[in-house]
Write a protein that binds this ligand. Structure first.
Ligand SMILES: C[S@@+](CC[C@H](N)C(=O)[O-])C[C@H]1O[C@@H](n2cnc3c(N)ncnc32)[C@H](O)[C@@H]1O
Ligand code: SF4
Ligand code: SF4
Length: 335
C-alpha cells in the first residue's frame, strides 16, 4: 500500500500540473458510481487503457503469462504503428481514459514507439510503460530520457539485472519508477536478493508479484494464503526494510474463494494495435472474444458482461483464468 500511495500521490501532483480534460473526470465519476452500485452493464469507458505495441518479445521467459499469444507467426500485423496509434487516439476509449499504458511483448520492439511516446506526452494522460529494459541502450535510451513516461515499471529477471541497473540510473530523475519481479513459493528467499539489488541501485519502490500459473503449470510456485513461511518473511522484511523501502507485496491466492474484489472488468482494458480488447491484465487482446473499441458497445458484449457477472456473484464460482490470479481477492491498483 505504501508503494501505491507514493505512486498515486506523485501521479496526482503531475495531474495537477496538466489537468485531464473534463470528459475524463466525468468518465471517472461514472466509473466510481458504477463501482459503488456494482453495475454489470457500463455507460462509461475504462479509466485505464493499456496498449500492446507488439506481441513480440526478445526474451523468452518460461513463465510468461502471455503464453501462446507471444511471438505469433503473424506478429507484423499486430505491431502498433504511429498511424494505428492515431486511430486509437481518436476513439472514445482513449479520449475518456485517465491512464494510458504501453506494454507488450516487449514494448521497445515496436519501431514507432518513440513517435508514440512523443505524442502521448501531449495528451494529458497519466502515462505508464513496463519494460524488460534490455533494448534501451545508447541513442534509444537517450531518446527515452527525453520522452519519459510518468510511471515506469522495470521488470527484474535473473538475466537482465545489468540492464535494469543501467536504465534505472538514467531514468530515475525522469519517471516515477518501480521495480517489479515475481516471487515463487518454492524460492521465497529470493526476496532478500531482490531487496539487496534494489538498495544497491538506489530504488525504493518494489512490487512483488505472485506467480501466475499459466495453463495451471507449476502450481507449487503459487503463494497461497496458508503459506506461513510467506507471512513470516513479510513480517521480518517489513521490520528490517519497512522504513527505507516502499514494498508492495504479492497478494496470496485464496485456497477457498470467499470474496472477489478484482476491479479490472470495470476499470481496465488491454488493447492491440487494431483496437482488439483484452478484458484484464491476464487476458491479452482478443477481438473475437472481447470485441474491439471500434465496434459499438463491445465493452458490454457477452464475454465482458459474463466476466463482471461472475465477479459480482457472492459464490465461490469463478472463471478458470481468474482462479489463481492474485488480483481476484485483492485488487492490485485499487483505484
Ligand atoms: C508480460 S510482461 C510485458 C512487458 C515486458 N516484456 C516485461 O517483461 O516487463 C509484463 C509483466 O508481466 C509479468 N509476468 C509475466 N508472466 C508472469 C507470471 N506467470 N506471473 C506473474 N507475473 C508475470 C512480468 O514479470 C512483467 O513484469
Ligand atoms: S520479457 Fe516480458 S513479455 Fe517477454 S517473455 Fe518475459 S515476461 Fe513475457
Ligand atoms: S482476477 Fe485476474 S484474471 Fe480475473 S479478471 Fe481480475 S485480473 Fe483478470
Amino acid at each position: 500500500m505504501k508503494l501505491l500511495l507514493n505512486i498515486y500521490i506523485r501521479a496526482f501532483i503531475r495531474l495537477c500540473k496538466s489537468p485531464p480534460h473534463l470528459r475524463v473526470v466525468l468518465n471517472y465519476g461514472k466509473y466510481l458510481i458504477a463501482r459503488y452500485r456494482r453495475n454489470i452493464e457500463l455507460s462509461y469507458t475504462p479509466p485505464n487503457i493499456v496498449i500492446y505495441t507488439t506481441k513480440n518479445c526478445n526474451l523468452n521467459c518460461s513463465f510468461c503469462f502471455i503464453g501462446d499469444d507471444l511471438n505469433p507467426s503473424n506478429a507484423k500485423e499486430y505491431e502498433l504503428s504511429y498511424e494505428d496509434y492515431l486511430k486509437i487516439v481518436e476513439n472514445k476509449f482513449f479520449k475518456n481514459s485517465l491512464r494510458v499504458g504501453l506494454l507488450g511483448g516487449e514494448p521497445f520492439i515496436a519501431k514507432d514507439i518513440f513517435r508514440i511516446l512523443e505524442d502521448l506526452r501531449k495528451r494529458r494522460k497519466v502515462s505508464t510503460v513496463v519494460t524488460n529494459s534490455t533494448l534501451l541502450k545508447g541513442e534509444r535510451l537517450n531518446r527515452f530520457k527525453e520522452l519519459a513516461p510518468d510511471i515506469l515499471g522495470l521488470s527484474l529477471y535473473d538475466t537482465n539485472r545489468e540492464d535494469v541497473r543501467r536504465v534505472y540510473a538514467e531514468m530515475k530523475d525522469k519517471s516515477i519508477i518501480w521495480i517489479q519481479t515475481i516471487i515463487e513459493a518454492t524460492s521465497l528467499s529470493y526476496v532478500y536478493d531482490v531487496l539487496e539489488f534494489c538498495i544497491a541501485i538506489g530504488c525504493k519502490n518494489i512490487r512483488f508479484s505472485n506467480y501466475y500459473p499459466t495453463y495451471n503449470q507449476s502450481m507449487e510456485k503459487v503463494i497461497f494464503d496458508d503459506n506461513e513461511d510467506y507471512k513470516i518473511l513479510r513480517t521480518n522484511v517489513e521490520k528490517k526494510f519497512g522504513k527505507i523501502l516502499n514494498i508492495d507485496w504479492a497478494a496470496p491466492v485464496a485456497r477457498k474463494v470467499s470474496s472477489k474484489s478484482c476491479l479490472q472488468p470495470i476499470n481496465y482494458v488491454h488493447l492491440d494495435n487494431q483496437g482488439g480488447i483484452g478484458a484484464c491484465f491476464m487476458r491479452p487482446p482478443k477481438k473475437e472474444v472481447y470485441g474491439s473499441i471500434f465496434e459499438d458497445n463491445a465493452w458490454n458484449n457477452e464475454a465482458n458482461i459474463g466476466l463482471r457477472t461472475v465477479m459480482n456473484e457472492p459464490s465461490e464460482n469463478c472463471d478458470p483464468t481468474c482462479r489463481y490470479c492474485e488480483n481476484l481477492t485483492e485488487d492490485l491498483y485499487k483505484i
